[in-house]
Ligand binder design. Structure first.
Ligand code: NI
Length: 134
């Protein structure tokens, strides 16, 4: 471990401490480490490196041909998909969680295509990392 000190305005430190309390951090160091890791993951995505993404979709089960469209988009990129889970939320709604690994731009493109499909009520891409460079 290397130690270093950080200078910060009092006001900002107070806000940071509130953030720690809110998120359940026991000390500032662990919170700073997480912020740094998040910044590094942002860099991986920015640089178009191999990343991991989690795509979460909620969509209308009754929307015609939507299921086929979502499946087609995934089959066209089958080599990127690690896992896909489908949950029938209720009579009308389906939840799909797709874990994807690949070049950042391609992961984002796939997420955009899925999110833009007509009948998708909610679409989110969570930017994660392979963890190799963290
Ligand atoms: Ni379903």
């Amino acid at each position: 471990m290397e130690r270093f000190s950080i200078s910060m305005e009092e006001d900002l430190v107070a806000k940071f401490d509130r953030h720690l309390e809110l998120r359940g951090y026991s000390n500032r160091s662990e919170a700073v480490r997480d912020l740094v890791r998040k910044a590094l993951i942002d860099d991986e995505w920015q640089a178009g490196e191999e990343v991991v993404g989690v795509i979460t979709l909620v969509y209308d089960h009754h929307q015609r041909q939507l299921q086929d469209k979502l499946t087609d988009i995934q089959h066209d990129r089958h080599d990127m998909i690690i896992s896909a889970t489908h949950v029938h939320l209720d009579h009308h709604n389906c939840l799909e969680v797709i874990i994807v690994k690949g070049e950042a731009g391609k992961v984002r493109e796939m997420a955009d295509l899925l999110k833009a499909a007509r009948g998708v009520k909610s679409g989110e891409l969570t930017a994660a990392s392979t963890g190799r460079k963290l």
